[in-house]
Write a protein that binds this ligand. Structure first.
Ligand SMILES: Cc1cc2nc3c(=O)[nH]c(=O)nc-3n(C[C@H](O)[C@H](O)[C@H](O)COP(=O)(O)O)c2cc1C
Length: 362
């Protein structure tokens, strides 16, 4: 029986949209559609913004190292708004005890999942034995996963590559998945390209090694009981729907950040939800309310507005919106009027502020 069928059945039994949507959450994999962890991008303001478009998407934090949590300002790294849920915390580390302690902190802070980064190729993290270099050490990764699983009740998952350097075959990846899943890790998010650890920057490592979705599909075939989520180069909901014929979930990174309007129809198209589609104007109005509140608490406007630059991507006025924010949001004491004005430059509507658009443009 399909997830959709179950959800509709429950809708007719209970007959309320909220229960319907709750049933959808249960009927589909929690990882059916995810926004990727992205350092410096998916911070709490960004996640709040993206959540306005979609209720069902699972959002990931930026990677937080165990060192930052255990010896740094943990409160700052873990802070998030309850409205962002469901949110997964991504950890970077390779010491099982430290990861277990950090996972407990994440669980206590309210995150719904702990994810281990085994895919980041940067030199800096490699030196700390963090990220993609761990793909060469499946036994150590298994120890890390076992320690975290033992420490927390929430799901512990992993994000990895299809390989690294010369460790680049279906057999190697199968061995990695088999070893790590033996600890009870049930969900693997797989970026469908290898990481080249010497000679390519992290950015190049997201573009140069070719995508190999077939290897990810083969893992799903070999391990049908595991939840396999595919990542890398996905740009549309149509592609996502197509990929979901072979795997349990899709994760999108750059496209979701640069063109967030992509998320506006995720709930309806991938979860069969009856939530209304949020317009960009509604999203902006709600984000303005959020930003007002954050400004009162001392957050600088630029830390929030930098994430909304792609809101009107591809539409008339998008450039003016971006330019106005880029030129004004960083100014000292920049207030909410900057975001309101930027919005009016695109929307040409009176709903966001009272000053007529002509006065703004002059
Ligand atoms: C700016 C940026 C920062 C990233 N930071 C992380 C990170 O902290 N942890 C991680 O696992 N992947 C990180 N990634 C990789 C993404 O999660 C994702 O795997 C990659 O961008 C490929 O997906 P895409 O083609 O949909 O963007 C980052 C990507 C970008 C663009």
């Amino acid at each position: 029986m399909s997830g959709t069928y179950n959800a509709y059945l429950m809708y007719f039994l209970y007959n309320t949209p909220s229960q319907f949507d709750q049933m959808i959450m249960q009927a589909y994999s929690t990882h059916r559609f995810c926004v990727a962890p992205m350092m410096d991008w998916t911070d709490r303001h960004c996640r709040y913004f993206l959540r306005l478009f979609t209720k069902h998407t699972l959002l990931y934090t930026e990677m937080v190292t165990t060192g930052a949590l255990l010896y740094g300002d943990a409160e700052r790294f873990l802070r998030f708004n309850a409205a962002e849920q469901p949110v997964a915390l991504q950890l970077g580390g390779s010491d099982p005890d430290e990861l277990a302690k950090a996972a407990i902190m994440g669980e206590q802070a309210g995150y719904q999942e702990i994810n281990l980064n085994s895919g980041c190729p940067s030199d800096r993290v490699q030196r700390g034995k963090i990220g993609a270099c761990l793909m060469a050490e499946p036994t150590l990764v298994a120890e890390c996963m076992a320690a975290m699983k033992e420490a927390v009740a929430i799901p512990v998952t992993i994000k990895c590559r299809i390989g690294i350097d010369e460790i680049d075959s279906l057999e190697h990846l199968s061995h990695f998945v088999e070893t790590v899943s033996a600890t009870g890790c049930h969900c693997f998010i797989i970026h469908a390209r290898i990481a080249v650890l010497a000679g390519l920057s992290p950015k190049q490592n997201r573009e140069i090694p070719p995508l190999d979705y077939e290897r990810v599909f083969a893992i799903k075939e070999r391990f049908p009981d595991l939840e396999i989520v595919i990542n890398g180069g996905i740009k549309t909901l149509e592609e996502s729907r197509h990929l979901l014929e072979n795997v349990d979930g899709v994760m999108i990174g750059r496209e979701a950040y640069q063109n967030p309007n992509l998320l506006a129809r995720v709930d309806q198209q991938l979860f069969d939800s009856d939530y209304p589609v949020m317009s960009q104007e509604d999203v902006l109005a709600q984000f303005i309310d959020y930003a007002k509140n954050e400004l009162r608490q001392g957050t600088a406007l630029k830390h929030m507005t930098r994430h909304v630059l792609g809101l009107f991507q591809g539409q008339p006025g998008a450039k003016r919106f971006r330019r106005y924010l880029s030129e004004n949001a960083h100014k000292q004491d920049a207030g909410i009027d900057i975001l309101e004005t930027a919005g009016r430059l695109v929307l040409n509507s009176n709903s966001l502020m009272e000053t007529p658009i002509q006065e703004v443009l002059c």
